[in-house]
Design a protein around this ligand. Structure first.
Ligand code: NAP
Length: 340
């Protein structure tokens, strides 16, 4: 049985991570860490987690977890990866976004080149049962040769943009982004906050891939609203091929394939908990078998994050950015200055 741990249980997200263990058959949540003793005890009691630590390094040493969920802000990524590597932790599932800007992105990229610890990024939508089924249909050729992908999210690039980019990769696997042309606006999301999720309020970007496909990404205020509701419920993706199209939103799906229209609905919360569990099981597969590489592995997440940095560079310099590009320093500060 895989021994799992969560770092950072005083916020909202940790509850979803723990709840998913109801559906994980080969893993158990055995330890948690938080610097806040009150939150630690409250969370540990709510989810019946026996080992509770105020220091994650001490937790690594004493509990020897097999799989660690890193549920901290993006300002606290590399230090945990390095501590996990040093402690011999086999696997880490880290929350999105993987990084903030170029400096930490490059440091994480350098670390990942020689790290033994297996790291994947928590883009659980890839494993939602409905999304997964649609991804399989596209992979099996249901809509023919891919022509175009259009993805959007109601929140900014740091909060939801990485989900949208990962969705594009999920429907267009193995393709490599080769250039990006982006525009951004709005500096509210660039203000200093403890969450460190910095991004312009809106962005639109055209991304080209090495298989000839192009994708349109829209995040924030200008992204289509798919239902009445708050900003966080509008993630969606539409995939067009020469035989038809598929369209997924957080609340339903539709397709027209060979002239035949079909549609349906789903409950996001139900999809999400099953997706989170299936993603965790896939991590256990990878921990047990080096060949069972997780589809959300850090390499693919770094490639997606490179697109985000390319969007920033493109918007600041008003030019198409060829990928991969070495991100210039201080991108968040430069965006703050340009957009405030
Ligand atoms: N995949 C999804 O669908 C999804 C959905 C929602 C959120 N998220 C992501 O999940 C992450 C966490 O979200 P949240 O809402 O739970 O955030 P939050 O309320 O900011 O909580 C973050 C946790 O990070 C811990 N932390 C902060 N600085 C730390 C440090 N220096 N060392 C150790 N721990 C530290 C806090 O620890 P203490 O407990 O020690 O105070 C807290 O428990 C974010 O990256 C967010 O984008 C993902």
């Amino acid at each position: 049985m895989t021994k799992s741990a969560i770092i950072g249980v005083s916020g909202g997200r940790a509850r979803s991570l723990a709840e998913a263990y109801r559906h994980v058959t080969r893993g158990r949540l055995v330890s948690v860490s938080s610097r806040r003793r009150d939150k630690l005890e409250e969370f540990g009691a709510a989810f019946d987690v026996p080992a509770r630590h105020t220091d994650y390094r001490e937790m690594f040493e004493q509990e020897k977890p097999d799989l660690v969920h890193v549920n901290t802000p993006p300002s606290v990524r590399l230090e945990i990866f390095e501590a996990a590597e040093e402690a011999g932790v086999p696997g880490v599932l880290v929350e999105k976004p993987l990084a903030i800007q170029g400096e930490d992105y490059l440091a994480i990229q350098a670390f990942s080149r020689s790290a033994r610890v297996k790291i994947a990024v928590n883009h659980q939508l890839h494993f939602h049962p409905r999304r997964n089924m649609l991804q399989r249909q596209v992979r099996d050729g249901a809509i023919g040769n891919l022509r175009f992908i259009e993805a959007s999210a109601g929140m900014n690039l740091a909060y939801q943009g990485t989900h949208a980019l990962q969705a594009i990769s999920a429907f267009n696997p193995d393709a490599v982004p080769i250039d990006v042309f982006g525009q951004v606006s709005g500096a509210e999301g660039l203000q200093e906050t403890p969450r460190h999720h910095y991004a312009p309020d809106q962005c639109t970007a055209a991304i080209s891939y090495d298989n000839g496909l192009s994708a349109l990404l829209r995040c924030g205020g200008l992204a289509p609203r798919v239902v009445d509701g708050p900003v966080n419920v509008h993630k969606r993706i539409a995939v067009y091929g020469d035989k038809g199209f598929l369209h997924w939103t957080m609340h339903g799906w539709e397709s027209r394939i060979d002239g035949k229209y079909a549609c349906g609905v789903h409950a996001y919360a139900e999809e999400d908990i099953l997706g989170q569990a299936a993603m965790t099981e896939a991590m256990i597969d990878w921990i047990e078998d080096d060949g069972a590489i997780h589809p959300l592995n850090i390499g693919s997440a770094l490639s997606d994050f490179g697109v985000i940095l390319g969007i920033y560079e493109s918007a600041l310099n008003r030019e198409v950015v060829r990928l991969p590009s070495k991100p210039p320093p201080g991108l968040v500060e430069k965006l703050r200055n340009a957009l405030s």
